[in-house]
Structure formats: structure tokens, C-alpha cells
Design a protein around this ligand. Structure first.
Ligand code: APR
Length: 489
């Protein structure tokens, strides 16, 4: 399992290095604009170089603390990668083997002209007028305010692949670094260690309000317990205990044209092969085209969506595109932003959806079979959406009144919404679908499953097929005669 540690100045505070923003921090003694910007270097080079010379010398007298060593020790159990905002080398000196410095390194200097021309200077001072090998003035190898953060892309990739994320000793004030957490898969545990209250509302985090040393000790016990009880299993796939899902392939006929259903896409491209190998089928995409779990290049992510849209344009009658909560949050202000919302693609994604919105629907229905992104509970449909169960359901969902629109976007209690609320067709959690709308077979994504599986109760039935991640799709209808699970392999 991959464990990622995202650290800030607080982890080195226990070694005696000042943080930046605490009351006794560096920014209480210095002004950022005097020592930590390219303009400051241009204005008063000596003062800036002197500031870093002092700090480099100070670093020599400091030692890694038990928190740094605890991070290193986790390598015995996990594939540990450290992404640090710190320019000190205490993680490396504690023995951590994979450390990525987002903001540079104190023991290195670089050319003023070429950011890639970096030289090791150890703990010595940079002399007045000292030159880099290319003849330009040598400057500290530190990312200053207003400068690009070249390691950011690499850091994103690391966080995107995490199975566990530990955030330690950072105020999360400085972007883009502070935005890294949103790249963590939505279903992994995130631990935040800091003696101060750190407000992070974009996802669930386990807050450990302790200094780094004590916090890492507590966390080590938690991690050891997790390893003992669930070896090599992601915390992700736990479903609420009360949910009586029968995890079996669907094995009876559904009367409809031969149809293949793709669960939440999240940048995955398996659909292309399946589409080309299955002429004569209808294809239903259950939505969530963006916000990938694993690492997928932004370009591939956006191109995949464009290709899906093109498929719909080329074969309008054979292709149905639904929208999911991870799509709507890019262009619908009533939508609660979901995990992994990517601000970097927001503008492009929003424009793409708006331009092609006529190609998407909220719901699709063939006789008594209804497709939505997350599912329709009886409770939500009758009492929140206030639908009419005697009329065509998809038509009502696709043509909501303004009040019904709010209801469609409802996030239920199980996913962080109002107490007592049931999620609408973009958010319904598996635990809110215990009593599906009676009289219908529903096909839904949104709740990750390892395999196509179904749940029948209340005179209704739901087939869950958000398992594209495991390269599995649902096939129903006439060509196959049976509803079954297609395993791409
Ligand atoms: N253990 C753990 N955390 C601590 C401790 C400690 N002993 N002492 C303080 N902290 C916490 C503080 O409560 C605060 O939340 O560490 C955090 C330090 O925050 P900042 O000083 O803002 O440092 P950081 O988040 O790393 O700053 C980010 O800002 O100035 C720039 O480039 C610099 O990389 C730095 C970036």
C-alpha cells in the first residue's frame, strides 16, 4: 500500500526549527516581501542571501526528531513517499528514501538564469557575488512567493496514487501546495496532525491534535491496528453493514434492446474497445467522466470526455450519456462540490459540458428499467422530489421544476448532507437505497462495487455497476438474452 506523507514546517518544529506562521514563526520576525520573493533578491540581494545563509547554518545544528524517524519507520510496512514543503533535509537525515521537496532545498543553490542548473552547496554560505557554472549569480534553491512550483505535477501524481495520506505540520495556507490534498482519492483515509485546529472542510479527515512527535506515535498505533485487522485492503470498499446487497451477477432477462452499461468513467478508456467490439448494441454511460481515482493525465481525462461526446454525436440513437455528481459540480451552482474537484480543469470542463449539454440526460428509461447516476429511493422520489409514481419517471426527472431541480441535486445525510435527508439521483448513497422506487429495475453507478451486483426490496430492484475501475461492465437485453457481467479480460 502506498502511504504518502505531506509535511510542512510543523514537523521540524520539534527539532527546533521555527515554523513560518506561528506567533514565534519566521514571518513574525521578517517580512515575506523582504526575503522571500524574486523582487526582494533583485532589490537587496545581500539581505536575501544572508537570510538563507543563517538558516542553512542553523540547519547544521539541528537533528531529525522522532516524528521524522517515525515516518522513516513506516517504510517497513508501506511504500512511503514524502512530499514536503520544507527546505530542510531532516526527512532525508532520518533515512526516508523517497522525499520530494516542493519548495526547494536549503543545501542546494541554483543559477539565477536557469532553474534546472542546481548545485550542492551543503551547509556553507553563498558568498557575495558567487557565480553559478553558467556565469549567472548563484541564488538559494528555494521556491519563492510568486514563482512557479515545478515539482507540483510530480507531487500530484504521488498523492493521486495514495492509499493513505498523512498531512503533518502545515497550516495549509500556501497554494498550490495546500491544494494537494484534493488530489487524494476520495475513499482513502486522510490523517491530519497539527497541535492547532486546522479547518479542512472539503472531505473527511481524521484530525490528530498533537505536536508532530506525539501525533506520529498515536498514528503509528492506528496504522498498526489497521494493518493487523485489514492487511493490504483499502479502507475504501466498506459498505454500510445493514445493506443486504446480494453480490452476484444479475441472471434474469430484462426486456430491452441489447445494451451495455458503463459505470462511472473517471477518465477510464475501456469503453472504446467494448464499443468497437460490440456492434448493434446500445451504450449507456452512467456519468462521472472526470475526477479520476488513479493518476490520469489531465489531457487524457479531457480527451476521453471529448471522445465520449463525439461518440454520442456520431451515434445519437445508440448512445445515452447520463450526468453524475462529479460532472454537475463543474457547472451547476446548486451542486455540492464532490471530492477531487479539480480547479485546474474547472473552466474547460464547465465550457465543454455547457456547450454539449443537449447531449446529456439526467435519467433514461426503457419500459420499467430506469438508468440514473446514483439511483432513486422511494423516500426521495415521493417526499423530496415530489414525483408522480404513476407517470414516466425519467421524463419527470429530465424536466424538473425549479424546486425539483434542488431536490435532484440533494446530497443525503450518508454523504454529508442535512440530517435525515435522502440523496437525489446524483448523490444517493447505497445505504439510502434500501427501499428503491417500487415497480422498477434501476441501473446505477455512483456506489463503487467490485462486480455488478443487485439489491431487491420494496417491490423494486437496483443493479449497481460502478465497477468499470475493475474493468467490468453490465450487459442487458436482447442480444445477450441475459443480464450478465462483462469482464473485459
Ligand atoms: N508539530 C506539528 N505541527 C506544528 C508544531 C509541532 N510541534 N508546531 C507548529 N505546528 C503547526 C502549526 O500549528 C501550523 O499549522 O505547523 C503548521 C506550520 O504552518 P506554517 O508556518 O504556515 O508552515 P507551512 O504550512 O509549512 O508553510 C507553507 O509557506 O512560507 C512558506 O515556503 C514556506 O513551505 C512554506 C510554506
Amino acid at each position: 500500500m502506498r502511504l504518502v506523507v505531506f509535511s510542512g514546517a510543523g514537523i521540524s518544529a520539534d527539532s527546533g526549527l521555527a515554523t513560518f506562521r506561528d506567533s514565534d514563526g519566521l514571518w513574525a520576525q521578517y517580512r515575506i516581501e523582504d526575503v522571500c520573493t524574486p523582487e526582494a533578491l533583485a532589490r537587496d540581494r545581500d539581505a536575501v542571501i544572508h537570510f538563507y545563509n543563517i538558516r542553512r547554518k542553523e540547519l547544521l545544528s539541528k537533528e531529525p526528531n522522532p516524528a521524522h524517524y517515525a515516518v522513516k519507520e513506516l517504510e517497513q510496512y508501506y511504500d512511503v513517499e514524502v512530499v514536503t514543503q520544507n527546505v530542510d533535509n531532516l526527512h532525508e537525515r532520518a533515512g526516508s528514501t523517497k522525499v520530494l521537496h516542493l519548495h526547494g532545498e536549503m543545501t542546494k543553490a541554483r543559477s539565477s538564469l536557469n532553474p534546472d542548473l542546481i548545485v550542492d552547496i551543503g551547509y556553507r554560505a553563498i558568498e557575495a557575488g558567487e557565480k553559478a557554472p553558467d556565469g549567472s549569480l548563484l541564488r538559494p534553491h528555494v521556491v519563492w512567493f510568486g514563482e512557479p512550483v515545478p515539482m507540483m505535477e510530480q507531487a500530484k501524481k504521488i498523492v493521486l496514487r495514495a492509499d493513505i495520506l498523512i498531512v503533518i505540520g502545515t497550516s495549509l495556507h500556501v497554494y498550490p501546495a495546500a491544494g494537494l490534498i484534493k488530489y487524494a482519492p476520495g475513499n482513502i483515509p486522510v490523517f491530519l496532525i497539527d497541535p492547532d485546529e486546522i479547518t479542512y472542510s472539503e472531505r473527511d479527515v481524521v484530525m490528530i491534535r498533537e505536536k508532530a512527535t506525539c501525533g506520529m506515535e498515536l498514528l503509528r498505533d492506528i496504522l498498526m491496528e489497521m494493518l493487523a485487522t485489514e492487511p493490504a485492503k483499502k479502507v475504501e470498499q466498506t459498505e454500510p453493514e445493514q445493506m443486504p446487497l446480494s453480490v452476484q451477477p444479475v441472471d434474469d432477462d430484462i426486456s430491452m434492446p441489447a445494451t451495455i452499461v458503463f459505470g462511472d468513467i473517471h477518465g477510464l478508456t475501456f469503453w472504446k474497445k467494448v464499443v468497437s467490439e460490440n456492434p448493434g448494441y446500445r451504450f449507456v454511460f452512467l456519468g462521472d467522466y472526470l475526477d479520476p481515482y488513479g493518476y490520469i493525465e489531465t489531457e487524457q481525462l479531457m480527451n476521453n470526455l471529448k471522445e465520449i461526446i463525439q461518440l454520442k454525436k456520431d451515434r445519437p440513437d445508440d448512445v445515452v450519456l447520463l450526468l453524475g455528481n462529479h460532472d454537475l459540480h463543474y457547472f451547476c451552482s446548486d451542486m455540492v462540490p464532490s471530492s477531487r474537484f479539480d480547479f485546474l480543469i474547472a473552466e474547460e470542463a464547465s465550457a465543454l459540458f455547457r456547450e454539449n449539454i443537449h447531449l446529456f440526460v439526467y435519467a433514461y428509461q426503457v419500459d420499467n428499467c430506469i438508468f440514473t447516476h446514483a439511483g432513486i429511493s422511494e423516500e426521495w422520489f415521493l417526499y423530496d422530489f415530489k414525483g408522480d409514481a404513476t407517470k414516466n419517471i425519467a421524463e419527470q426527472l429530465n424536466n424538473p421544476t425549479p424546486e425539483q431541480e434542488l431536490s435532484l441535486c440533494r446530497c443525503g445525510e450518508a454523504r454529508g448532507g442535512e440530517p435525515g435527508a435522502f440523496g437525489g439521483i446524483f448523490w444517493a448513497d447505497v445505504s439510502e437505497l434500501y427501499e428503491p422506487l417500487p415497480g422498477y429495475t434501476q441501473v446505477v453507478g455512483h456506489n463503487r462495487v467490485n462486480d455488478v451486483c443487485d439489491h431487491a426490496n420494496n417491490g423494486g430492484r437496483i443493479i449497481f455497476c460502478d465497477c468499470l475501475f475493475y474493468e467490468k461492465m453490465l450487459s442487458i437485453g436482447q442480444l445477450s438474452h441475459k443480464a450478465s457481467c462483462i469482464d473485459r479480460e
